[in-house]
Design a protein around this ligand. Structure first.
Ligand code: NAG
Ligand code: NAG
Length: 223
């Protein structure tokens, strides 16, 4: 319990300088259609931090309505990704986290959905003709759908559409199901320091006490 609170605290420190949307999700081996005909960007170990830029949907569009009428490639307000969780180094983790971070100067809301291949086929019913051809494979692969909507307030007279929002997507395993991999080095670095600081407090107090006594004594001899 304690380490999860600590991890959460650190994560908040790390991401406090940007707007962030997070989802945690589970990965397990399932039989799923391969969907190899999709050319979406793939996030995998070593390529798990990617930068994108998309135009947000217009102000007041409900997030769940963004890109309702979709083809797999033609809505500018959403991004589809393949999450390849099959690498051996990721295979032992069952919990992952996906973070979207964007600068506070671009007011926007993000919606993140983590989907299986079956979910993807349901969203794109037009792709169903591929379904019969898609071979079932044993995989941990999942898919992410990321949609964004403008939340900026500007004068009604302004017709200019909102500028594209730059954002970073990070996918990483959660150690002990709570600690993002990128936060682990920070924790390992801080833990001994925190421990050492706690042990040093009495020593420091004694030292300062001695300095004070010494200074008082010196003052006395001077006068
Ligand atoms: C995938 O293909 C579509 C249509 O052929 C194209 O518009 C799109 O840019 C491609 N996406 C990627 C990530 O290569
Ligand atoms: C996801 O996990 C992280 C790290 O344990 C936690 O800080 C965060 O609150 C979780 N987010 C959600 C939406 O569950």
């Amino acid at each position: 319990m304690r380490h999860s609170i600590f991890a959460t605290f650190l994560l908040h420190v790390v991401i406090a300088f940007a707007n962030t949307e997070i989802v945690n999700f589970s990965a397990s081996l399932i039989h799923a259609p391969a969907l190899d005909f999709l050319n979406w960007t793939t996030i995998r170990l070593g390529e798990n931090e990617l930068r994108f830029e998309n135009a947000p949907a217009p102000l007041y569009t409900p997030l769940e309505r963004v890109c309702e009428q979709v083809g797999p490639h033609n809505c500018p307000h959403e991004l589809w990704l393949v999450l390849d969780l099959n690498h051996v180094e990721w295979a032992s983790y069952t919990k992952f986290t996906l973070r979207v971070s964007w600068p506070a100067s671009h007011p926007a809301d993000f919606d993140i959905q983590i989907l299986t291949a079956q979910d993807v086929l349901r969203v794109f019913s037009a792709l169903n003709r591929h379904q019969s051809q898609a071979e079932l494979a044993s995989t941990r692969r999942q898919y992410a759908r990321i949609r964004l909507v403008d939340t900026g307030v500007r004068p009604p007279s302004a017709v200019a559409s909102p500028s594209p929002v730059p954002f970073i997507i990070i996918v990483e395993p959660l150690y002990l199901n709570v600690l993002p991999a990128s936060v682990l080095p920070v924790v390992l670095f801080l833990l001994p320091l925190i421990g050492a600081a706690a042990m040093l407090v009495p020593v420091a107090n004694r030292f300062l006490g001695e300095v004070a006594t010494h200074a008082t004594a010196e003052l006395k001899t001077v006068h």
